[in-house]
Write a protein that binds this ligand. Structure first.
Ligand SMILES: C[S@@+](CC[C@H](N)C(=O)[O-])C[C@H]1O[C@@H](n2cnc3c(N)ncnc32)[C@H](O)[C@@H]1O
Length: 253
């Protein structure tokens, strides 16, 4: 099932994640992009948080996403001659008539795939679109046992101006469903407009993974080789890791 970002959540995405996320993962993904020769695909490209900088650096990068409203934000940042690089497609069944040296799914894109069938389809579809020796790199958070046990109850995780004199607030509630391995997340945005205060809510499930489920999943897929690291600096997994960064490799021949 697809869970598209609603318009106002796309509208405020950059404001929120520039502050909450850029410093965490940007350099890791940009180093990968810089060291890659050939074509790159970002699945779940969103508003282009990584894509725009990659393109400016000269990368031959393409982007797909299932959320029309996220892509609309991205189109506005792009020169018309680059629009062909972006398309409304899912990582589960996207199609290109060329292959990529590197495919990325940065910042929880894979966690939007709830069912194991669509996860395997996505992995195999990415595999099919890689050149021999190509890599697919995606991330997932290591489940926090406190959140799995108690959830999060209306926590304000962003409260700042989105433009001079206008406040934006985001309140997060997270309800764990252990049997289905899903965190049901409810985001509430409250923001000031000239006419007064507006509010909107959006509920989205996120599939969480433990290490050995990820390993079994990839071993069921067409990928012949993989490794998992524990942070965006390249550290090996250890008992306090907060991230799974999964590097899937297609053999050279
Ligand atoms: C948290 S955002 C990450 C955006 C961007 N990669 C970044 O790092 O800022 C997750 C994105 O994944 C997209 N997405 C969710 N399911 C998807 C799917 N099946 N195929 C492609 N994109 C998907 C969402 O629409 C959203 O734009």
């Amino acid at each position: 099932m697809k869970h598209e970002y609603p318009e106002n959540f796309s509208r405020f995405y950059d404001t929120i994640y520039k502050k909450m996320r850029d410093g965490t993962d940007s350099e890791y993904f940009h180093d990968l992009i810089r060291e890659t020769e050939g074509k790159i695909l970002e699945t779940g490209v969103g508003t282009g948080r990584h894509f725009i900088r990659a393109l400016k650096d000269g990368a031959d990068i393409y982007g797909i996403d299932i959320s029309r409203s996220m892509l609309n934000v991205l189109y506005k940042k792009l020169d018309k001659k680059e629009h062909h690089r972006i398309s409304l497609q899912s990582m589960v069944d996207f199609s290109f008539d060329f292959r990529f040296n590197l495919v990325l799914a940065p910042f929880r894109v894979f966690m939007h795939l709830i069912e194991k069938e669509e996860q395997i389809m996505a992995l195999n579809n990415v595999y099919k679109h890689l050149v021999p020796g190509g890599r697919f790199i995606f991330d997932a958070f290591v489940p926090d046992t406190g959140i799995l046990h108690q959830g999060i109850d209306q926590q304000t995780d962003f409260d700042d101006e989105y433009e001079p004199g206008k406040r934006l607030k985001r309140i997060v509630t997270s309800m764990p469903d252990l049997v289905n391995q899903v965190l049901n997340i409810l985001f509430r945005l409250e923001w000031e407009e000239d006419e007064g205060i507006k509010a909107e809510e959006w509920g989205v499930p996120m599939r969480f993974f433990f290490r050995y489920e990820l390993e079994h999943l990839i071993e069921r897929s067409d990928f012949e080789d993989y490794s998992i690291i524990g942070d965006y600096k390249g550290s090996p997994l250890h008992k306090d890791s907060k991230e799974f960064i999964i590097i899937c490799k297609k053999l050279s021949s």
